[in-house]
Write a protein that binds this ligand. Structure first.
Ligand code: SAM
Length: 262
């Protein structure tokens, strides 16, 4: 169902290429794109002078702009009008232990599509992935945000050790601990008992959490251990399943969340 701000966006606007733009978006602003964006817009998307593009960022929302110089290395755009006001995703963070490169990429892309506010890689005892390339993950998240019509980019935090993350945990923020051991309540039941507000979801590495880590996570006062059902899921599947459940039951796919906002 379309909501009032979405109605400003027509079907024809939606076929215009969409670019994240960190610069201030206001009526009449003239913007010069960098080399990569110019290449994408002019050489790949084949936009010509006079054609439209959409620009967005978290502070200003989404705007229509017109190509005024179709230069493949430095295109120029004139901002023409606002299509959608800024809108936030739910206060939902994903903490995950990096896995193999293509599976980590998958997690970042799908978490962005599913509307997380922040993605935080955590290094656990059994994490086998090498150096976490945060710059690459940021580029992937930007691409996913551009194609998925969200109005902001998720924050991609630098990787931290799980121990540090737990020691610095903000008091009162639920940490939904996806624990495949089988003795935790199913995630929908556990979510039903939570007060409204932000949450973080924690997913372990391919080899699971070590027994000491599991004990430490469970000892955190705001830890909420959950099960994702009777099968052991791969870490990337578990991330998508947990985020989907949260969005459907408590996040921006949920009727009660919509009702709270209206
Ligand atoms: N223990 C296993 C091992 O030794 O390989 C499996 C770990 S699983 C591949 C990776 C992560 O996905 C787990 O640490 C957990 O966070 C999550 N996960 C997978 N299946 C789950 C389930 N049924 N319930 C809750 N979390 C699950």
């Amino acid at each position: 169902m379309l909501t009032a701000p979405d109605l400003l966006l027509t079907r024809s606007d939606m076929s215009d290429p969409r670019l994240y733009c960190p610069e201030k978006l206001i009526n009449g602003a003239r913007l010069q794109l960098g080399r990569d964006e110019s290449h994408y817009l002019i050489s790949v998307m084949r936009r010509r002078e006079g054609e439209k593009v959409r620009l967005f960022n978290a502070e200003d929302g989404e705007w229509s702009a017109v190509v005024t110089a179709a230069d493949r290395k430095q295109a120029t755009l004139d901002v023409a009008g606002q299509l959608r006001p800024p809108a936030k995703v739910p206060d939902l963070d994903l903490l995950f232990a990096p896995v193999k490169k293509n599976r980590t990429d998958f997690i970042v892309e799908k978490a962005t599509e599913l509307g997380v506010r922040a993605i935080r890689p955590v290094i656990t005892h059994r994490t086998i992935a090498g150096k976490v390339r945060t710059d690459r993950l940021r580029a992937l998240a930007k691409e996913a945000a551009e194609q998925t019509e969200r109005l902001d980019l998720p924050e991609i935090a630098d990787a931290v050790q799980l121990d540090t993350c737990l020691s610095d945990w903000p008091s009162g923020r639920p940490l939904i601990f996806c624990d495949e051991a089988g003795d935790a309540p199913l995630m929908p039941d556990a979510l039903a008992g939570l007060a409204d507000g932000g949450v973080s979801i924690l997913i372990g590495p391919e080899g699971g959490f070590s027994p000491e880590e599991r004990e430490r996570i469970r000892a955190l006062p705001s830890s909420v251990p959950v099960s994702l059902g009777p099968r052991i899921l791969r870490a990337d599947t578990a991330a998508v399943a947990a985020l989907t459940l949260f969005q459907a039951l408590r996040g921006d796919w949920a009727a009660r969340a919509q009702a709270r906002e209206n």
